[in-house]
Design a protein around this ligand. Structure first.
Ligand code: PBG
Length: 304
């Protein structure tokens, strides 16, 4: 057997909000956690051998603005979540999302003026966001925004603020994908107008992923990621062949939901299909996988 799967290969994405634990209508089987619920859930994942979680906040509408200031509020939801997690589980790796969409009244990952994304002005805000997350104790920051030049700017900003030890997991090849639909429901973060095609990649492009890889390497990325995973296995292989950095893949909400809903209907065997999908992603060249199935898979791997 050439490829193996273990809990240590998995990262569990977790949603957090102000309020009690509640199911997410657009992602059956996932929850929006309270801070308390988040700490408990992350602890259970960690106990199963999952080394890391990645956090996504659902921000109250009243805090969303056109400048997305809440993303660098040190008393905000994510900094509080990071502190609570690191206090309860010091060995758990906490990864944070760097992008403006949960905080932006426009629902875009970047600042918008006259219907256009402002690349460089966005990068400045992203730097403040990442430094705020690092100050709260984040181990790895993961820019999912797809602005140009953000990895280099984040590295400089983190170093200047004394966070040399914080790593950057770059969403290197993040495609403009319809598979993100259920996630946007979970965060209530759909763009109010337009789409994300001016900053996320064209699904028809593979060579462009290598160009993004070269830029991210030059700018100081510690790890590179392909997203979505299943429909982009060729891109995972391509990055694997072209870098010595760790390669991650994100099995996104739509991939999760396709398996989940077919299994709910009794049409496929969930445990087996999940396992096969993840082995396939690893076989293509991913060193680790962000997946909403992480806890479920880790539990079954443990039981074997
Ligand atoms: C936005 C972001 C998205 C996801 C992670 N970060 C959605 C988007 O780009 O619109 C999608 C994750 C998923 O679908 O599971 N910064």
């Amino acid at each position: 057997r050439e490829t193996t799967l273990s809990p240590g290969d998995l990262v569990q994405p977790l949603f957090v909000h102000e309020g009690g634990d509640e199911p997410i209508a657009s992602m059956p089987g996932c929850r929006r956690w309270s801070l308390e619920g988040l700490v408990k859930e992350a602890g259970e994942c960690h106990a199963l051998g999952i080394p890391a979680v990645v956090l996504f906040p659902k921000i109250e509408d009243a805090l969303k603005t056109s400048q997305a200031e809440e993303c660098h509020n040190e008393g905000g939801l994510i900094p509080r979540a990071i502190r609570a997690l690191k206090k309860a589980h010091p060995s758990l790796v906490v990864i944070t999302d760097v992008a403006l969409d949960p905080y932006n009244a426009d629902g875009h990952d970047g600042l918008v003026r006259d219907g256009k994304i402002l690349n460089d002005e966005t990068v400045e805000v992203l730097c403040r966001q990442a430094v705020c997350q690092a100050a709260a104790g984040a181990d790895i920051v993961a820019p999912s925004d797809m602005m140009d030049g953000r990895v280099g700017a984040l590295r400089q900003a983190l170093d200047a603020a004394g966070h040399e030890q914080v790593s950057i997991l770059s969403y290197t090849a993040k495609y403009a994908s319809a598979y993100y639909g259920p996630f946007r429901g979970a965060l209530d973060s759909s763009p109010k107008s337009g789409d994300k095609k001016t900053y996320q990649m064209d699904p028809a492009n593979a060579r462009e992923a290598v160009r993004e890889l070269t830029l991210d390497e030059d700018e100081g990325a510690d790890m590179v990621m392909v997203k979505p995973a299943g429909p982009y296995l060729d891109v995972i292989s391509l990055l694997r062949e072209n870098t010595t950095l760790p390669v991650a893949a994100y099995q996104v909400s739509g991939e999760y939901l396709m398996i989940k809903s077919a299994a709910e209907a009794g049409w496929i065997n969930e445990a087996q299909v999940v396992r096969e999908s993840l082995v396939g992603i690893k076989r293509a060249g991913a060193d680790f996988v962000l997946t909403y199935f992480a806890k479920e898979v880790a539990a079954t791997l443990r039981a074997e």
